[in-house]
Structures are given as structure tokens and as C-alpha cells.
Design a protein around this ligand. Structure first.
Ligand code: PMP
Length: 357
């Protein structure tokens, strides 16, 4: 029997699952992880916290993750409170819960492509219709065109990734405000990479007090260097959090996850201490790629989109043969490299020079 023989939903037939390759190579620069592992002190603190709580594992976790949400609210600042913050297993699950509550059959979600591939996947997975709007040649958004697209389609949910994946493009706050004033539904600003933004790129969190239908999503997977923990979160009006309680599974965040995330928050100076080095490495990578005559998108994230290669597959394979895994994603002719350690980026540069010769 194969997949097609199953009575699967018609709208899922022929679809492909999300699938960044997980290949064991020396230099992994393909899923925008933070390359720096936790310190031995953090690992010891985490092990102790897990040990201390393990005696209660016969009990369900705190269903509302109250202590963790209080910690996340304090981290975000902007006067946010526990009631305005929600958390789930990665920001992907946060996004899915948003779609479950505000999307669904007969409803639409809009995004500006190229953007994060999971936005349309989670949209169709929740039986919501995906409406594609576009970006400019340099991957920026023209606020006038964005407003026109929203007024034409009147989506129930608008996604705006800022900084955007896979392009690295951050939106000026004025563009987000224009989208918010045109949208009649929910506006989700996906800030998975916010901590990497260059100076002068304010977070959409500043807009929350004036915009009750704005949701800002964040994650511990990137700057926080905790991708394995699977912890994503959002900030929004307390009524939005109440809406998500209607669709979340009971006890969705395990005791172990809540513990690990709380330990990560305690160690945030260490974890976020790598952000400056990654930013410098990113800016150096952009400059180096440009010095090789390549096209490179400006980046406010921990990755860089570069091209243009009429046959990008050959370049990707050449790098892989040299032990460097990057991502074949985004518009045709472009490739994305996540920012690694200095050594990893030196290996990337050497491998790319070899391929381009
Ligand atoms: N949003 C964006 C823009 C992303 O790039 C990613 C991860 N690639 C996510 C959300 C989801 O991350 P996570 O589920 O690990 O929080």
C-alpha cells in the first residue's frame, strides 16, 4: 500500500512535507540554528533542574505554563504581562494554533512571497486557503502594494515575517503599520529572527498597545540557541491568548520543555551573548559574497540569501561534496547559508571558491 491508497484528505494528495535535509556533514549551515552549543554550566544547571522536577513526572505539567510565560514576558519587556504571552512547542506550533483559532474552512491567510515555507503549509493543514502576494525585486515590501493586496483579498490572517526567511529582509515599522491599518483580520508578525536585526530595526512589539489584532511571534530556536528544546511564543492582546486556549491541546508543553525553557531564560546573557558575533559574521559574509561579484540580499537575520546561479543544484551539491550543507530554498537561482562559527564560515568560503572556479 502507498500513500495514495489511503483515504487521506483530498487537499493533501500530492503535497510534499516540510523537508530540510538532515545530513550528517562536518559543516551544517542549512536550518538557521545557532552554531554555539550551551556551556557546561548551563548543561549542569539544566540537568539539576530536570532532576529536581523529575519526581513529579507522574503529574501533568502546568497546563498554562504560567511561570514560563511570566519569564518570557519579562524578557520581551515593553511592559508585557503573563496574560499577553503564550508559548508552545516551537513557533510553528504557535502559528498552527493561530490558524486553528482564526483560520479554517472558508477563511484565507495571506503572505508575501518568497517567505517562510511553513506559513502556507500550516495554512493548508488547517484547511485555510492560502493567498499569495508578492515582494519587490530586492525582496522588500511596497507598502502601497501590500495594502492594495489586503484590500483586494480581505484575508482573515496576514503573515509578515520580519526579518523574513529566506531573504533576511526586515520591514520598517511604517510598513507594518500600513498593513495593520488595512487588515480587517489578524496580523501575524513572525519575528523568529528579531534578535539578529541590525540597529534601527524596531520590533513590532512596540505596536501592540495600539493594535489589538496584532500577534508577534518569537522563538528560542535561533538567537537563544535552543532549537532542540522546541519553544516558541507570542505576544498579543490577552483576548488573543484566550482564543488560543480554545484550540491548544491540554498539557501541550511538557514539564521537561517548560523546565528547559526556564533554565534558558535564566542563562539568557550567555545564550544571547553569541548574537553580536553572529551579526558580525553575517555582515562579513554579505561583504565577502558581494566581493565575489554575487548578488546578495541585505540581511537582518542569521542567514544570507545569495545568487544568482542558473543551476543552483550544482552549486549546492558541490558544497555538500566539500562537507558544507547549505539550503536550496527561496526563488530559483538563489541559495541560503546560515551563519555558523568563524571556522565554519571559513570552510563555507573555501568550498564556494572551489565550486565557483
Ligand atoms: N518562523 C520563521 C520565519 C522561521 O524561519 C522558523 C524556523 N525556520 C520558524 C518560524 C519556526 O521555528 P521554531 O518552530 O523552531 O520556533
Amino acid at each position: 500500500m502507498n500513500l495514495d491508497d489511503l483515504p487521506i484528505r483530498d487537499d493533501l494528495r500530492g503535497k510534499s512535507p516540510y523537508g530540510a535535509p538532515q545530513i550528517d556533514v562536518p559543516v551544517r549551515l542549512n536550518t538557521n540554528e545557532n552554531p554555539y552549543p550551551p556551556s557546561p554550566e548551563l548543561v549542569a544547571d539544566l540537568a539539576e533542574a530536570i532532576r529536581a522536577g523529575a519526581g513529579d513526572l507522574n503529574r501533568y505539567p502546568d497546563r498554562d505554563a504560567t511561570e514560563l510565560r511570566a519569564g518570557l514576558a519579562a524578557y520581551l519587556g515593553h511592559g508585557l504581562t503573563t496574560e499577553q504571552v503564550w508559548a508552545a512547542n516551537g513557533s510553528n506550533e504557535v502559528l498552527q494554533q493561530i490558524l486553528q483559532a482564526f483560520g479554517g474552512h472558508g477563511r484565507t491567510a495571506m503572505g508575501f512571497e518568497p517567505s517562510y515555507s511553513m506559513h502556507p503549509i500550516i495554512t493548508s493543514g488547517t484547511n485555510t486557503e492560502w493567498v499569495k502576494a508578492s515582494r519587490e525585486e530586492d525582496f522588500s515590501l511596497d507598502p502601497g502594494k501590500a495594502v492594495a493586496a489586503i484590500e483586494e483579498h480581505r484575508p482573515d490572517i496576514v503573515f509578515l515575517a520580519s526579518p523574513n526567511n529566506p531573504t533576511g529582509t526586515a520591514q520598517p515599522i511604517e510598513t507594518i503599520e500600513a498593513v495593520l491599518s488595512a487588515a480587517t483580520g489578524m496580523v501575524v508578525v513572525d519575528e523568529a529572527y528579531a534578535e539578529f536585526a541590525r540597529a534601527g530595526t524596531p520590533s513590532a512589539l512596540t505596536l501592540l498597545p495600539a493594535h489589538p489584532r496584532l500577534i508577534v511571534t518569537r522563538t528560542m530556536s535561533k538567537a537563544f540557541a535552543m532549537a532542540g528544546t522546541r519553544l516558541g511564543y507570542l505576544a498579543a492582546h490577552p483576548a488573543v491568548v484566550e482564543a488560543l486556549l480554545l484550540v491548544r491541546l491540554p498539557y501541550h508543553l511538557s514539564t521537561l520543555t517548560q523546565t528547559a525553557a526556564r533554565v534558558a531564560l535564566r542563562h539568557r546573557d550567555e545564550l544571547l551573548g553569541t548574537v553580536d558575533a553572529l551579526r558580525r559574521e553575517r555582515d562579513g559574509t554579505v561583504a565577502w559574497l558581494r566581493s565575489k561579484g554575487l548578488s546578495v540580499a541585505d540581511s537582518d537575520a542569521n542567514f544570507v540569501l545569495f545568487g544568482r546561479f542558473p543551476d543552483r543544484r550544482t552549486v549546492w551539491e558541490g558544497l555538500l561534496a566539500a562537507g558544507v550543507l547549505i539550503r536550496e530554498v527561496g526563488p530559483p537561482e538563489w541559495l541560503r547559508v546560515s551563519i555558523g562559527t568563524g571556522e565554519e564560515m571559513a570552510a563555507f568560503r573555501a568550498a564556494l571558491e572551489g565550486v565557483l572556479q
